[in-house]
Design a protein around this ligand. Structure first.
Ligand SMILES: [Zn+2]
Ligand SMILES: [Zn+2]
Length: 362
């Protein structure tokens, strides 16, 4: 007990002596840290940074700078979706440039023909062929009146005549409905392509004042009904066999090449020049190209295309020339189309697209 008291007393006395000392040096006042700060690691979008605080006495501490997080912009199309492949859209960070991507669904293909039996020939194999080329969703519509000319299509539109048979395929079998008007078919969907089909009379009489006099007005009416979305095409048909008894061939005295020359000349002067026609499908040239090597007839009645190679080539020409679907990779063959025919078809189609109004020796 006594020992403890003595210790307390010494402690108190010591304190008194120091506090009251006459010459207390300034250096002994308490040191107050004064820190300089420096960012020693920058924060990024995804990683924290560090600020380091240093005092002259050597004391150091750090603070975390929180990661900034990405600063994403808007989604923007990088690769457009096509009829056969998904597209890509991307979004980039304004800070670090990192990119996120996501798929854009491939587009459904929607094609409408305002036509006749030549339109049926051209589209018959198209749904199956399109599927084989990678189109997942599709709609092919064909407005049909036998032998229907441009002038008659025009009069039908003016009169809103429900005189057409309407063939429709959504990738499978064709269905048939009677009593359609052009307006009704156009209004039933947002068509990617609307293709106008001329008849044989239009194709071989070849004067703007008669056969194609109303083509510009017809195109205008179609565009009014369809809106801006649809691309307007014209399918240049093929010429018949030299020994066809059809009166149009008779007027050429059985000269198939003369008929073809007239067809291409008027297509260039009276069709391709019409405002609003975006694409001319050179089906007639594909057929004529193939005729330079194929010995059998490509027509079934010297006039309409054969159901095998004739129709097959027409569908190929239409899908590639109008819809922009590359057909070089096609391996599917319609019944009656041989492996050799497939190669002939590809060459005839490619040549026709490269030279739409000229026969190319295959
Ligand atoms: Zn300090
Ligand atoms: Zn970023």
């Amino acid at each position: 007990m006594k020992k403890a008291l003595t210790f307390a007393l010494i402690t108190v006395m010591s304190f008194f002596l120091i506090s009251c000392g006459a010459d207390v040096p300034a250096e002994t006042t308490a040191h107050v840290h004064s820190y300089a700060s420096e960012v020693t690691k920058n924060a990024t979008c995804t990683e924290d940074g560090v600020t380091t605080f240093t005092c002259s006495c050597g004391e150091i501490y750090t603070e975390v700078i929180e990661a900034m997080g990405h600063s994403w912009g808007e989604w923007a199309e990088k690769t457009a979706a096509s009829f056969v492949a998904d597209g890509v859209e991307a979004m980039a960070c304004a800070n670090c440039g990192e990119e996120q991507t996501r798929a854009l669904d491939q587009k459904p293909l929607k094609v409408l023909f305002i036509g006749n039996s030549f339109a049926v020939d051209t589209t018959d194999h198209a749904p199956r062929m399109a599927k084989e080329l990678g189109v997942k969703e599709m709609k092919f519509g064909v407005l049909y009146i036998g032998g229907c000319s441009i002038n008659k299509h025009y009069a039908n539109m003016i009169g809103k005549k429900a005189d057409y048979t309407y063939y429709l395929s959504r990738g499978g079998a064709w269905t048939t409905t009677e009593g359609y008007s052009v307006q009704r078919a156009i209004e039933e969907d947002d068509w990617d392509y609307i293709c106008i089909q001329h008849g044989t009379g239009d194709g071989s009489r070849y004067t703007q004042s008669t056969s194609y006099a109303n083509l510009g007005r017809l195109v205008k009416l179609v565009k009014q009904a369809a809106g801006d979305r649809a691309i307007i095409a014209f399918n240049m048909a093929w010429v018949m066999e030299p020994d066809s008894t059809h009166k149009e061939m008779q007027s050429y005295g059985g000269d198939q090449l003369k008929m073809y020359e007239n067809l291409t000349a008027t297509t260039q002067s009276c069709v391709a020049t019409v405002e609003g026609i975006d694409i001319v499908i050179p089906t007639g040239t594909t057929v004529q190209n193939a005729r330079t090597v194929v010995k059998r007839l490509l027509t079934r009645d010297k006039f309409h295309l054969s159901k095998d190679l004739g129709r097959y080539m027409a569908a190929m020409t239409m899908l590639e020339a109008m819809c922009g679907i590359e057909t070089d990779g096609l391996t599917w063959r319609a019944s009656g189309v041989s492996a050799a025919d497939l190669e002939i078809a590809k060459k005839a189609v490619n040549s026709a697209i490269a030279e739409p109004y000229k026969i190319t020796q295959q």
